[in-house]
Ligand binder design. Structure first.
Ligand code: SAM
Length: 397
């Protein structure tokens, strides 16, 4: 199959038009979207992911060709691998580990990448190869390198790109190392969520170049897209643009088993107190509360086990010590019970962060930004790179 596949080209028109109208696509990228349809890069079996419910539904090209075609052009993420390839069969696996990202997210990231003729791009996370194919169509294959960690995914992407008549360099490797052989790059685009920006990406980007990456803390699964400009001094700094949701870079996923040892018995010798905060104050999957709390309470992971509308237990774990906190919210009761244990008072830190956020008018992520030092350490800021968050961030690479 080549790019001139008429059927795919026609079917690709409609998504390109609606993304253009929604402002996600620029006219130049709209032509590229029409020429490089997503369907060319998809396997016969995929899982259509519903962002609202979090459910993934299998769609087989052989069993349901029309459903497959609809999924291919829908504005939804399509999971193409589970559990780093260990999962087989039609039912969803445990962790989605490769996908074709949501077209509107792909389009908006390409817009924010601000490329022009001759721009050299490094992509981290080749996945299906669709994004690398789009960039290669716009800038020429010789200007695009894409790094993918999974060998089977690399082979599929290379095959799809070849069939599409596109020739970016697809490298099998760990994206943390970038790809020095192709450096320096004008742009680095990362299509997996990161918890730390590897210093090699800074080293391999030309001064004035841009690193666009979904970045977040371990406080939650949330990522915000950060657009860092690399300076002459090797630092990279820039604003968060908006919330996004990406599967994480392989070695930057949080291993929840590490917290088993934190709470040998509950409540043990933990201090008990109470709070008038509610479960709703902690935020949900969509707003920016969790993301901002993560900026203000470094090296902390949290999980909420909901048991009713306003009831449930929130757990907080320190990533650097065994400190933990638990808050039990009960339906219809104004006071929640707090237990805190260890040298760090995690709930006090969370409550302080929520108060600070409220007092500042509940700012969205686009009022925050990040500076990454040449050694990879990260420093979040509020409104101005010179205004560090007042929470004593202890940077860690
Ligand atoms: C959301 S998918 C990328 C979507 C892709 N750009 C596309 O157009 O289809 C994320 C990809 O990142 C890859 N990945 C995860 N960790 C990686 C790492 N350390 N280095 C390179 N690739 C990685 C995953 O295997 C997965 O294929």
């Amino acid at each position: 199959m080549t790019l001139s596949s008429e059927r795919d080209g026609r079917a690709g028109d409609e998504p390109a038009r609606s993304l253009l109208e929604a402002g996600a696509l620029t006219p130049a990228w709209a032509d590229v979207f029409r020429a490089v349809p997503r369907s060319l890069f998809l396997p016969d079996l995929l899982w259509s992911h519903d962002m609202a419910t979090g459910r993934s539904v299998p769609v087989s090209r052989n069993g349901d060709p029309e459903g497959w075609e609809r999924a291919a052009y829908a504005n939804v993420p399509l999971v193409t691998q589970w559990d780093d390839g260990a999962h087989t069969g039609t039912n969803p696996g445990n962790v989605p580990t490769s996908s074709a990202s949501m077209p509107s997210v792909v389009a908006a990231m390409l817009r924010d990448l601000e490329v022009s003729d001759g721009t050299r791009v490094l992509e981290i996370g080749t996945g299906t190869g669709w994004n690398a194919g789009l960039i290669a169509r716009r800038l020429g294959g010789s200007n695009v390198v894409s790094v993918e960690i999974d060998p089977a995914v690399v082979e599929q992407a290379r095959g799809a790109l070849k069939r599409a008549g596109l020739s970016p360099e697809v490298v099998h490797g760990d994206g943390r190392d970038g790809w020095p052989d192709g450096a320096p790059y004008d742009r680095v685009i990362v299509t997996a969520g990161v918890r730390a920006v590897p210093k090699r990406w800074l080293e391999q980007t030309r001064p004035g170049g841009i690193i666009l990456a979904p970045w977040g803390t371990h406080y939650s699964d949330q990522d915000a897209l950060v657009r860092l400009t690399v300076g002459d001094d090797g630092h990279a700094t820039g604003p968060f643009l908006r919330m996004v949701e990406f599967m994480k870079l392989r070695d930057q996923r949080l291993d929840w088993n590490r917290f088993r040892a934190h709470v040998p018995e509950f409540p043990g010798d933990a201090d008990e107190s109470s709070t008038q905060a509610t479960m709703a104050d902690l935020g949900d999957r969509y707003g920016s509360v969790r993301f901002v709390t993560g900026l203000c309470v470094p090296h902390c992971a949290h999980v909420v086990n909901r048991t009713g509308k306003d009831a449930g237990k929130a757990w907080f774990f320190d990533l650097l010590s065994r400190s933990w906190a638990a808050v039990e919210f009960r339906d219809g009761e104004p006071d929640a019970t707090v237990h805190q244990c260890g040298t760090r008072r995690l709930w006090d830190e969370v409550e302080r962060a929520l108060t600070w956020w409220t007092e500042h008018g509940r700012p969205g992520v686009d009022r925050f930004g990040l500076t990454v030092a040449p050694d990879g350490s990260a420093h979040p800021w509020f409104e101005d790179p010179a205004k560090a968050l007042p929470f004593g961030w202890r940077p860690r690479t």
